[in-house]
Design a protein around this ligand. Sequence first.
Ligand code: SF4
Ligand code: SF4
Length: 145
Amino acid sequence: MINNLCLLSVLIMNKMKHICNDCGKCCQKTEMLLSERDIRLIEEKILNITRYEFTQLNEKGIYQLKNKDNHCVFLDIKSKLCNIYKIRPQGCRFYPTIYDNEKKICIYDEECPRISQFYLSHKKFKKTCNNIKKFIKRDLKIEIT
Ligand code: SF4
Ligand code: SF4
């Protein structure tokens, strides 16, 4: 029997699939940064996988998702869906809300063609933004003002 959590997860996935319409654009040429917690969760949950198969260090020495054939290694190219949806990295969960490091504000990523479908209420946007900043400082250990 399907439990409530599974049901919720299926409902969310169906909702996302509907909104995203199998676009997968955000998973092309990804530069998604990864925290140690993101990496460990994937290593724990996927049998026999090591971080070297799905991460690479960027020029600042921070782990980010690895690409294969110009898309994230976890993207199913046929369905354009994430193969690790339930354990996807935190940054993928926040998306398309992102932190603009130059302007020092949270924004919706204009690369997402369905951005308006993801608009949050002012209150939720503020909360998400606070969580993103917390994640960047605490988990990615990047200083932001
Ligand atoms: S780019 Fe936007 S619409 Fe496309 S899969 Fe990502 S979040 Fe969904
Ligand atoms: S982990 Fe999943 S959601 Fe995140 S970039 Fe890769 S395929 Fe996309």
